[in-house]
Design a protein. Sequence first.
Length: 308
Amino acid sequence: MPIPGRSGPFPGGRTARPDGSGRYAGERIWLGWPPIRGRAAHEEGIPVFSRTADSSDPEQTHSVSDPDPAVRLDGVTKVYGQGAGAVHALRGVSMEFRRGGFTAVMGPSGSGKSTFLHCAAGLDRPTTGQVRLAGQDLAALTPNELTVLRRQRIGFVFQAFNLLPSLTVEQNITLPLRLAGRRADKAWLAEIVERTGLGERVRHLPTQLSGGQQQRVAIARALVTRPEVVFADEPTGALDSTTGTEVLRLLRHVVDGMGQTVIMVTHDPVAASYADQVYFLADGAFAEVLDGPTPERVAERMTLLGRR
Ligand SMILES: Nc1ncnc2c1ncn2[C@@H]1O[C@H](COP(=O)(O)OP(=O)(O)OP(=O)(O)O)[C@@H](O)[C@H]1O
Ligand SMILES: [Mg+2]
């Protein structure tokens, strides 16, 4: 299927060879599949190999997209403002994210990661292009339908947390359930609270918490409804490495144990190594994909991208 705006493979989709094997020349296989629950492959000493997009490789020009991806963007652009002051935050991004996958999105500051995440989650409308979430074209929904879809199927961890200051930690976490008229699954709520280390803070207000604790409340809130797709904008940005590791294992767990889809923006190569693959953005466009990421390989790609 031809992909608007680019000649390489559709990241996240299968890339078909002319013989239909679904594998292309030079592709290396991640021997660690399926991933170990709640741990990054490199933590287990599993050999991992990388694949980077190379649009000059003729073997990669035939793309077969996933027939039922969790999220798919086709030629998405986003322009803020108008005229001479217009900012082209996204310049024709086409990506897809398979169900039950954990993808990290990386790129230099200002490369469009948050804009991409907001458009993919239906929090913001693209200027042009299409976003499909669970097969649904978001542009075809009324504002109310979009709100219901977001409430029922999406969890979002904002870069700036967005907690409600007048609600306690527990009330903030369970807010999406109350809005959807659903009861809390007490065992799952207890597990999330424990794994985010918030057990002794459930009756506190956000203003009484550190930045890292607020971030953990935002993560717990995004997971409480067990949404099909969890979008997280730098979810470990304010966390120390121990707490960050616990949060990343929790995200890995909702993918491996519950089949949820996680799309996580991060600047941290170690955080990215918990994902199955990393998509890199540069200057509002898709740049490349790295499968079976290790911190070293991710850091290497980031350095090269920064030099472009
Ligand atoms: N509301 C807005 N109005 C105008 N420009 C915006 C707006 N939001 C983002 N931008 C611009 O769009 C571009 C992409 O911003 P975005 O926040 O998506 O980047 P990012 O990759 O998430 O960066 P960071 O790593 O710093 O969070 C930047 O140049 C930014 O200044
Ligand atoms: Mg951002």
